[in-house]
Design a protein. Structure first.
Length: 251
């Protein structure tokens, strides 16, 4: 119903601490990285695939409880010194990813979500991280392009042209009908675009099944075109091919 008069809303002034219900049978230790279990909507020690929620301000043991029986206060903002695998100073300003409840990484993978920004490196695999819950939705980009093969020659398709340096998170391929032969390369070298994905055998695909591909590289400089090249098929070029790339911009 639309408003017909003024109203006053309760609002939060201090954003540092927030309280969240703890998932069933979970024990969260003080200082742990914490994520939202997407199935239950409650928080737990961060696990791959969770949405990053914050850092535990306190220990809460809900091992014997149901979801939401106990609540925990989390830091939802601030700069923290954390273990960050792969942290190097030239990545200052780039996203880092929660890996488990004790570890972050500067190298993304398909099921890890951004958890903050690397501010500085202060030791071997040790960095200052400005935590940013729900960061994934604001910095991660997805691009898709249709790909079509041929029985007469290889085909090349432009996926995107970078405006800034980017880091690839994942590359996936899907065919409604896979080709009977041919390899997929993804990269930015015009003569041989295999910098990101090298020689993935398309004939191994199942119909209408998404396949994540092993990455040969992740970083792409600004001002280049990212290409997908489909190798020549034999007698069936396939149909309904699509490549999906997830990436984040680098500073």
């Amino acid at each position: 119903m639309a408003l017909t008069a003024n109203r006053e809303l309760n609002r939060y002034v201090d954003q540092e601490l927030r309280s969240f219900g703890v998932a069933a049978s979970e024990h969260i230790y003080k200082g742990a990285l914490v994520g939202f279990d997407r199935t239950s909507g409650f928080v737990r020690p961060y696990a791959a695939g969770d949405t990053f929620a914050g850092i535990a301000y306190e220990e809460i043991d809900n091992s014997a409880g149901q979801g939401g029986d106990l609540s925990i206060r989390l830091y939802t903002q601030g700069d923290f010194i954390l273990t960050v695998n792969g942290a190097v100073q030239n990545l200052a300003g780039a996203a880092v990813y929660a890996s488990n409840d004790d570890l972050m990484t500067a190298v993304p993978s398909g099921n890890l979500t951004p958890a903050g920004i690397l501010i500085a490196v202060v030791g071997s695999n040790l960095g200052i991280v400005r935590i940013r819950p729900f960061l994934a939705s604001s910095i991660e980009h997805v691009v898709q392009t249709s790909i079509a093969g041929s029985t007469s020659a290889a085909t090349t398709h432009v996926v995107l042209t970078t405006q800034h340096a980017i880091r690839i998170v994942s590359v996936q391929v899907l065919y409604l009908t896979p080709p009977d032969q041919g390899a997929l390369d993804v990269g930015f070298s015009v003569a041989d675009p295999d910098d990101i994905v090298n020689n993935f055998n398309l004939a191994t695909l199942s119909a209408n099944a998404i396949q994540a591909m092993t990455l040969a590289g992740r970083d792409v400089t600004a001002g280049v075109s990212l290409l997908a090249r489909v190798g020549q098929a034999s007698s069936n070029a396939g149909a309904g091919g699509i490549v999906t790339i997830r990436y984040v911009e680098l500073p």
